[in-house]
Design a protein. Structure first.
Length: 112
């Protein structure tokens, strides 16, 4: 059974600034190819709470894009860190962004 990525329950006034939630993507699952658009699932770790889970790409895209909440996904090799962003075309999928350009850090991760 796959766990879904969800931010902790937070009751907030609509004008209140949300606390930042950061997760680190540690593994990926591919289907039908080897490119970013073929990532179907990601395994993640919230280092602040030690919570882990596996989410579909669609769930992670929705979590990153959530309005009025500062959700951030990252990838690290222990020395360098890259932000995970959403590329909208040809359809929403995940890709890392570092040094002002799209990078391939997600594809370097172990498979789950």
């Amino acid at each position: 059974m796959l766990a879904t990525l969800s931010s902790p329950s937070r009751q907030r006034h609509s004008m209140e600034k949300a606390a930042m939630t950061t997760v680190y993507i540690t593994h990926i699952r591919l289907s039908g190819g080897t490119g970013h658009e073929h990532i179907t699932h990601v395994k993640w770790l919230n280092k602040a709470t030690y919570k882990t889970g596996i989410s579909t790409t669609e769930e992670m895209v929705e979590w990153i894009n959530k309005k009025n909440v500062d959700n951030v996904a990252k990838v690290t090799d222990g020395k360098n860190t890259a932000i995970v962003g959403v590329v909208d075309k040809p359809y929403p999928h995940l890709r890392t962004y570092a040094d002002r350009k799209w990078t391939n850090n997600l594809l370097s991760l172990p498979r789950c």
